[in-house]
Design a protein around this ligand. Sequence first.
Ligand code: R5P
Length: 310
Amino acid sequence: MKILSGTSNLKLSKDIAKKLKLKLVNTNIKRFADGEIYIEVNENIRGNSVFVIQSTSNPANDNLMELLLVVDALRRSSAKNITAVIPYFGYARQDRKVAPRTSISAKVVANLITNAGASRVVTVDLHAGQIQGFFDMPVDNLFTTPLFAKHIKKKLNNKKLICVSPDVGGVQRTRALATRVKADLAIIDKRRPAPGKSQVMNIIGNVKNKTCIIVDDIIDSGGTIINAVDALKKNGANEVYVFITHAVLSGDAAKKIKNSKIKKLIITDTIDNSQKIKNNNKIEVLSISSLMSEAIKRIANSNSVSDLFN
Ligand code: R5P
């Protein structure tokens, strides 16, 4: 088994490799003068099971293309099988036709990864579970719920907790967390009047005098979360903690979080945000390297991955 890293999140790849007691495969990933990507694998991988770690985060197109070219290089170098480990799976939010004549980008990305030569995908908190069906190969979708639950039990033990879903789509994820930390459940009725804009219509559940825990897969502009926090505070919540798997944090989102009423935003390292969140004391990072390395080990040894979540 070998671990190879793309350039999108080298820190996470190194942490995963260290936990597996492996060295990253020696590669040469460069850009030509016009921006095209050049890939070279500098060691023999013939007959090996290779795990390629690459988040397709911003710049999504470059990182995706890099993943495809690495997979292609491995296929042409006679790797036995190639697993695309995509901690953050970009383009997942476009998973259906939301309006006439729009693209289903998640399906296009799935086709590209398949055609490049991957035989398995491992990812974390897919925006929509059904994206697994866009692939005709095994897809292991890992969950951060146990990681978040452990942190909540350790740090917020004595509080009167309620888990809040920031929209109807996130109820399943929020209920899973609420069950683990033995908390109540509330749901925010969110509308999107226009792409990129969000509006809280109602809060279903009683958040008065409670410590709210919002859980979501993605924070992008921060609009959904900041509006949700304001609405919860207006409805009498004591304090609001936010747990997010994929911190996309576009534009000035990190700054908006710093100036918001959020008590703490807890994110994971599926996306490398080390520069963006430097000196931001409202944002804390939990690493998913242990979860990912354990999942990779189990896949390589043909052991159960779902047992990790029981
Ligand atoms: C939407 O369904 C996602 O789960 C997130 O709530 C959304 O992507 C967050 O976007 P933003 O931070 O821009 O409101």
